[in-house]
Design a protein around this ligand. Structure first.
Ligand code: NAG
Length: 131
């Protein structure tokens, strides 16, 4: 991504266009931080991913899973405070979760890779008891 931005920057520079990264409105600054509330994501157990968003009221927050917009449905709940909650996680819930916040030209996103494996459906701690 950084490489792409750099290439794009040079393309724009070559074309004589100027790229502006600064914000004229200091209040428009947004930031995101992901915190995995579930210590050990486990199949059949609840999975909770928190996204702490800083920004002005009206900041637009979108969750993506594997680059597809994530919406609430009967399996996944996206709370009004931007937390993703899955009551019974499945193997298919594995993937890259990205929380993206946008306000005007200010944008921030954070992502986390969640891996759920059937192997651990008894809970990862059980492994400690195998002799
Ligand atoms: C959102 O609310 C839930 C339920 O009260 C809580 O567990 C979670 O930590 C909150 N998320 C954030 C980002 O504050």
């Amino acid at each position: 991504m950084a490489v792409f931005s750099l290439v794009w920057y040079f393309v724009l520079s070559f074309l004589g266009l100027t790229v502006h990264h600064e914000n004229s409105d200091a209040n428009a600054f947004v930031s995101t931080r992901i915190s995995l509330a579930t210590e050990y994501p486990t199949v059949g157990e609840p999975l909770q991913i928190d996204c702490y968003v800083r920004g002005p009221s009206g900041v637009q927050v979108t969750w993506y899973k594997d680059d597809q917009t994530l919406n609430s449905n009967n399996h996944i709940k996206i709370m009004s405070n931007h937390t993703v909650f899955i009551a019974k996680a499945q193997v298919e819930d594995s993937g890259n979760y990205k929380c993206s916040a946008k306000y005007g030209n200010s944008q921030s996103s954070s992502s986390i890779y969640i891996s759920l494996d059937n192997e651990y459906s008894d809970g990862p701690r059980r492994k400690d008891h195998v002799m």
